[in-house]
Write a protein that binds this ligand. Structure first.
Ligand SMILES: Nc1ncnc2c1ncn2[C@@H]1O[C@H](COP(=O)(O)OP(=O)(O)OP(=O)(O)O)[C@@H](O)[C@H]1O
Ligand SMILES: [Mg+2]
Length: 255
């Protein structure tokens, strides 16, 4: 096996008394497209944040391309973060900056490119996400789907080796959601990145993933191909994939 690009070794994380991760072990190979599924609150965003050192484990280790990162000082973590594009769950564009300035932000911060070179990269990234020429718009002028694509253009500004997507299709209609799915697949192909995608959206998961893992009660309870997930007889996995509430979940509706 080649060196994994991202590795969790027996990671545990809690906030006060709330145990979120409990012995999570996972190796992600370079070039993989892996999807993390799990119920709301199961710790999917918490997992992603460990990959870029925004959160640190209680115990266990997190590795990035052969470097243990959970013990790295902030300055060295910055170098790891520059190798990752992060599409945050809440979009998080700077509302007071134009689209172009939003995408230029990481380039200004972390490269020595001159303004002309930066303009070229911004234009290229916007073309890649299918929004050429919107540099001078303000985020408020864009639809939800367009904002996600601009946030994605910003996430890929520094040519990341790994792109982390936190719920990239949430809040979009099925057609717009599928545009994002296709974009994830296209970026994977064109930039030869590793994609780590957190989603609730099973249609999206099955379309994007080479491999799917499911987080439940602090642990990864399944790790397999999309077909293996579809065929799983584990009741928790099956229940989630089919998306039907059970008696207990429906009981909250009965006053
Ligand atoms: N910084 C924090 N401080 C305290 N609790 C936190 C923090 N971050 C997350 N949590 C808690 O950890 C649990 C897992 O949160 P997380 O955001 O990872 O869920 P999720 O699986 O991404 O859910 P969703 O699908 O709703 O986005 C939640 O109960 C959340 O309230
Ligand atoms: Mg989340």
């Amino acid at each position: 096996m080649p060196l994994p690009i991202v590795e969790f070794r027996d990671v545990a994380k809690r906030f006060g008394h709330l145990v979120v991760l409990e012995g999570v072990t996972l190796s992600i190979q370079r070039g993989e497209s892996i999807v993390i599924i799990g119920a709301s609150g199961s710790g999917k965003s918490v997992m992603l944040k460990h990959i870029v050192g925004l959160l640190k484990p209680e115990s266990g280790q997190v590795w990035f391309d052969g470097t243990r990162i959970d013990t790295l000082p902030e300055r060295q973590l910055m170098l790891i973060r520059q190798r990752c594009g992060f599409l945050f769950q809440m979009g998080a564009l700077f509302d007071s900056l134009t689209v172009g300035e939003n995408i230029a932000f990481p380039l200004v911060e972390h490269t020595r490119k001159n303004p002309d070179e930066i303009r070229q990269v911004v234009a290229h990234r916007l073309a890649m996400v299918g929004l050429p020429g919107v540099e001078y718009k303000m985020p408020a002028e864009l639809s939800g789907g367009q904002k996600k694509r601009v946030a994605l253009a910003r996430a890929i500004a520094l040519d990341p080796e790994v792109i982390l997507y936190d719920e990239p299709t949430t809040g979009l209609d099925p057609v717009r959601a599928d545009v994002i799915n296709e974009l994830i697949i296209k970026l994977q192909r064109e930039l030869h990145t590793t994609s780590i995608v957190v989603t609730h959206d099973m249609a999206s998961a099955f379309k994007i993933a080479d491999r799917i893992v499911m987080l439940h009660a602090g642990k990864l309870i399944i790790d397999g191909s999309p077909q293996q997930i579809k065929d799983s007889t584990n009741p928790i996995v099956h229940h989630f994939v089919v998306g039907e509430a059970d008696e207990k979940e429906l009981s909250v509706l009965k006053g």
